[in-house]
Ligand binder design. Sequence first.
Ligand SMILES: NC(=O)c1ccc[n+]([C@@H]2O[C@H](COP(=O)([O-])OP(=O)(O)OC[C@H]3O[C@@H](n4cnc5c(N)ncnc54)[C@H](OP(=O)(O)O)[C@@H]3O)[C@@H](O)[C@H]2O)c1
Length: 465
Amino acid sequence: MPPFHHPCFLMPLAVLVLSEIGNSHGHVGLAAAASSLSSDTRTTFQLTSGSSIPLLGTGIGNLPHEEITQVIHNQLEAGVRLIDTAHASNNEHLLAEAVASYDAHAGAGLDPIHVVTKVWYTHLGYERTKISVEESLANLQFSSIGSHRQIFVHMLLHWPRCNDDIPWMNCEEEEMNLPQRIKDAGPPPHLNKENAFIDSWKALEDIFQQHQDILETTKGSNSPLIASIGVSNFDLDDMKRLLQTARIPPHIYQGNAWAVFHDPFLMNYLRDHGIFFQAYAVMTGILKGRNASSTSYNTLSRTSRELHATIYAENEGAVITEATVVLAYFIRHNIGVVPRAASSAHQRENSINAVHSVFPHLTETQIENLHLAIPALMKDDSNDKPPVVSVSFMNSLTSPIQVHWIQPETEKEILVSQVIHPGSVDVHGSHPGHRFVAYDPDRTVRKEFVVDAKYGESQHFYVEL
Ligand SMILES: NC(=O)c1ccc[n+]([C@@H]2O[C@H](COP(=O)([O-])OP(=O)(O)OC[C@H]3O[C@@H](n4cnc5c(N)ncnc54)[C@H](OP(=O)(O)O)[C@@H]3O)[C@@H](O)[C@H]2O)c1
């Protein structure tokens, strides 16, 4: 956890990141959003691939296998059309069987289903990735088990590499345990950590292109079609490397919800390249934050109680909780969410109906309160978030200062700390080599800083004369 962490330091950053995401896609910014909430019923997001994807889905990535059928039946019944999983979860075939068994009893006119799935890091490299994608598509072949529903697949690289520094990754052992035909298909990716994902991306580009051709010529198919390609858990440097050689930039980035508020560099980069952010760990982030930041959780609870009372008065079946409000908040800012919920009570709170019932009733005061509370709750650490350098700026001047990040490619200065009062400290997640500049109000003082700490370390900058 970074030093000097205080929720209020992070608030301006969160507002900046979210409002800019909205603007980048031609949607209203945060201020305008407040006044247009009542008319907003957006359920999907238009990707740069040309396809759209539901903003609210559900995750079965780490759900016990025996719970999958019931969860998927409930979610389909509640109108969910996006399911997140991964090849490594070994449950794509269970997903397909669950949809097919639901469809056997459903009427005609079935909506398409979107499935996000991923290539595990043992399958990085051109040939290994192709095999992984083919296996996923075969697992998701609904028509072979009796469903005629159209399925759109969003295929991501799950991680850029295996990294032995992450406690649960075991690069050698996982390689050893692979089937021989995978080992034979291409070199071990953990011995080629900087380039294997580049080769994988080429495979995804080629497969995406083939599927686009099928889509254009047949205008649909009973086989799963790849509607977009993307990545997950890449850090900013990995993204830059990927985009240097990519013919097709990623359409989707799936990452820890923490990054939305606390990794402005990554978020700005994704925004600038039109890459849609889909968040996991939304629920775990909030629930962890409940213990770490009780004031923020109380603010969120108060808001959800107020909204529940209003919405319940119109619809006695409605249940609006903290979770419902947080999901609405993310979706409202065009961030996709895939909460996992085994319990039917949680599924109801996370449902499209519940989440969308919130929008028309949110007041501007409630929105302002959420801008403070949700980033603070989301600041808790997580084992699988991308690594950062924690940088802090101590204002040792007698006047307030602003801090900007200098975008490397353009030298554009992007505001990251709206105001740091004399004697106060502001903390950000950053990356080695990044530059910042601090100004006093009339810009007579200009101080530049370069991050030379390594990932996982902290670096403190003193803004002084
Ligand atoms: N790309 C990646 O590397 C990556 C990493 C992690 C996860 N994911 C994906 O993201 C999905 C989401 O999983 P996650 O691990 O991020 O977990 P999450 O959705 O943040 O949290 C799941 C937990 O929250 C609880 N929950 C769900 N709805 C709730 C509500 N309304 N109120 C209170 N608690 C609620 C669930 O309880 P119950 O189950 O008891 O209802 C469960 O214990 C996964 O299934 C997976 O598909 C991707």
